[in-house]
Design a protein around this ligand. Structure first.
Ligand code: THU
Length: 132
């Protein structure tokens, strides 16, 4: 399965009545399987969740913990970057070199990596060196 097609398809199921901004995300686990997620908004706005979070949750629920590829699909003139919180979520399960493909419905693409999107990430090394 093509990861871009998966992200495009799942975007159709996005629940975005408030922003009207539909996002689809697909992540490939180390097994090669693809997991999908879309944004799910809520009338209590902060309770909404991003597409990336949904795709990661589907991967974890399936028993995989390593991301090897990510695609985020949205409408609009230019590819949409993951929000700050989703960058940290992606970094939990992928490495700095893990490729991220940002794409639009009309075919614009931007290739980046988790490390480019989140330099200086908070990681286990910081947590382990706590003091006091
Ligand atoms: N959104 C995502 O799903 N992923 C992103 O990376 C950026 C933003 C969603 C959240 C909200 O439902 C809508 O887009 C507008 O912010």
């Amino acid at each position: 399965m093509n990861i871009m097609l998966a992200a495009r398809e799942v975007r159709e199921n996005a629940y975005a009545p408030y922003s009207r901004f539909k996002v689809g995300a697909a992540v490939r686990g180390a097994s090669g399987a693809i997991y999908r997620g879309c944004n799910v908004e809520n009338v209590a706005y902060p309770e909404g969740t991003c597409a990336e979070a949904g795709a990661i949750a589907a991967m974890i629920a399936a028993g995989e913990t390593e991301l090897v590829e990510v695609c985020v699909m949205a409408g609009g003139p230019a590819p949409v970057p993951p929000c700050g919180g989703c960058r940290q979520k992606l970094a939990e399960f992928g490495g700095p070199e893990t490729p991220i493909l940002l794409a639009t419905l009309s075919g614009a693409t931007l290739r980046t990596t988790i490390g480019e999107l989140l330099p200086g990430r908070f990681g286990t090394d910081h947590l382990m060196r706590r003091d006091g």
